[in-house]
Structures are given as structure tokens and as C-alpha cells.
Design a protein around this ligand. Sequence first.
Ligand SMILES: Cc1cc2nc3c(=O)[nH]c(=O)nc-3n(C[C@H](O)[C@H](O)[C@H](O)COP(=O)(O)OP(=O)(O)OC[C@H]3O[C@@H](n4cnc5c(N)ncnc54)[C@H](O)[C@@H]3O)c2cc1C
Length: 324
Amino acid sequence: MLAPYTEAAEGGPLLALGARSLALFDAFVNGIEADSRVAVGYERSGTLHVARAEQTLAHFASMHEGLAQLGVPSELLSPAAAHAYEPNLTADIFGGLLLPTQGLISAPGLTQAMVDAAQRRGAMLRPQANATRIRRSGARVAIDTDHGTIEADAVVLACGAWSGQVDVEGASGAVPVRPVRGQLLHLGWHGPHVARITWDEHCYLVPWRDGTLLVGATVEDAGFEEQTTVAGVRQLLEAVCDLLPNASRATLLSARVGLRPGSPDPLPIIGWSEAVPGLMYATGHYRNGVLLAPLTAHLVADAIVDGRIDDALAVTSPARFGLL
Ligand SMILES: Cc1cc2nc3c(=O)[nH]c(=O)nc-3n(C[C@H](O)[C@H](O)[C@H](O)COP(=O)(O)OP(=O)(O)OC[C@H]3O[C@@H](n4cnc5c(N)ncnc54)[C@H](O)[C@@H]3O)c2cc1C
């Protein structure tokens, strides 16, 4: 989901980063599709938020007001209007909020297209090389891996939830990224097409053009255990059947799991290392790593290639967590 106004509804720097990244998406996807010749699967079909409790309406009203002040369109909906946008909804709703500029992208599609685009521009992938240590090597940076050492003028540490497992020479500690498990269901949907991302207080639904539906997501502190659980699957099944009664006729294609890279505050960790010159961090994106991909790419590339330090790096700097 590309949903900065939902993910950072309270405002602050995360909203600014997310909104800025969302604005980069059209050009980002066009560039990657042109380079890779792969269609990514991207649409700005909006998000529909549904209130299942009366008190959620007050939250929607304050979001609507805050968004209007930012010039971001949104529409408060009566129950009937919410049903008109999404006829699959349960009758048991109090109203809704439509945010027409948010959207969705296929994360596997984007990743594959980026790999293809990078390789066409000369990038080499070393999928087996697990980085263990990053250190100075004269004026360069060395990465020790379990398949030998690689040297470079600049290195980006972007190992997601595992970033803290790479030892950085001279750092006061590991970069403070922790794994936050998320389970998702992939359903074969047989009812009328779900038009856009639909969200209530218990789950969200992402409809794909192939007619399938993703149902997300749990938020769990389970260390590095990347497994689905009966409790997680049950929670999501109950939530989706409660929101869309037709879901009981859907087929369960798979249950998926991933680890979000959580940082101690809601912000990602992007910026130069003070411990190893030439090393840059790009991690800790938590729930918004796909949304923040275009902005992160610009911030990192501008700093490394052009020596340009964007103002956004002031709030994302790794230095807020010590000598990293
Ligand atoms: C269920 C779920 C739903 C989500 N929904 C959304 C959403 O709707 N919108 C959104 O924007 N974000 C979403 N996210 C968050 C998003 O997926 C993450 O923020 C994003 O994947 C982080 O990207 P990353 O490249 O930093 O880390 P990752 O995608 O985790 O990639 C890290 C890579 O580093 C590799 N690696 C790890 N250790 C090493 C090592 N030592 N050496 C070499 N390589 C290593 C890993 O194998 C992996 O390939 C969701 C996450 C989950 C789990």
C-alpha cells in the first residue's frame, strides 16, 4: 500500500517523508518500467476507510480536516455512500473516509523490475554473499561476506530487519533495527470485484487485477521467526469475513509472512555513517519501506553520487542513535 496519509495520520516528519515519496512514484515507476521493460503493477485507485465503531468517525473527521489543510483531497462518507463505493461491505458500518490519491504497487513486481533495470545498467548481483562486517580499507570500504571480501568507494547498508547483524567497525553499537513480524493472507476472490484498498480497524484488503485479494496484516514481536501461525491466520480470516461477508466463499491460496524493519522511533534510518567513511545506512523503514523507496533512492543516490545532503536527512540521520 502507498498510504502516507493513513500510516502517518498524526502528522510530523513521517507524513512529510511519505507524502514526498508518494509524489515521486509516477516518475519512479515509469523510469523502472522503461529501463526493465517489465510492467510493475501500480495503481492510484485510492483507499477506503470504514468505521466499524462510532468513535472512529471522530478520527475520520479530524483526518479529513487535517488533510484539507494540507490540500490533500478526502471525502467523508455516510454508510450508504461507503456502500456505494464498495458494495461488498458488511451492513454493520458507521461511515467511511475515501482518500482518492493513495494507491498500491506489487512489491514483488517492483523488486523484480528494479533488479532487471539495475542489471541492464551494469549492476552485478551476488545473491549468495551474506555480509558479516563493514570496515575501512585504506580510502575505501570493505564488506566481509561469507563468500569473500568486496571493496567499494561507497556502501549502502540496507539489510532490512537484519541490518543490526552486520558488524560496523568502530560503531558504538549495532544499528537499532528490530524485526516486527507481519502475516498476510492471499485469497482467491469469487465475489464482485473489490474496487480499491479497503481498511477497517482490524484488517486491510488489497485487491489485485488478477482477481485475488491480500488480507493484512498482523503486527507481532516474534524475533526473527519467519513463520505463519494458526493464531495469525485465524485473526485475519475472522477480520476479513467480518468486513466482507462474501469472504467466506473465497479460497485460501496462501498465508505469507515477512519481517518489518522497525526503528526505535517511527522514522527510517538513512544517512552517512560516522564510524566508517563511505558507508551509508538505508534501513528501519518499518511499515513503509515500499512507499519510501523512491525518496530513499533519491536521498542515497544524491548523497553518494553528487555529494548533495537533502534536508530530509536531518530527521533520518543514524547519528540520533549514537556513533554509527
Ligand atoms: C506483512 C507486511 C506488510 C507490509 N506492507 C507494506 C505496505 O503496504 N507498504 C509499505 O510501504 N511497506 C509495507 N511493508 C514494509 C516493507 O515491506 C518494508 O519496510 C521493506 O521491505 C523494507 O525494505 P528493505 O529493503 O529495507 O528490507 P527487506 O525488504 O527486508 O530486504 C532486506 C534484504 O537484505 C537481505 N539481507 C539481510 N541480511 C543480509 C546480510 N547480512 N547480507 C546481505 N543481505 C542481507 C535480505 O535477504 C533481504 O533481501 C510491509 C511489511 C510486511 C512484513
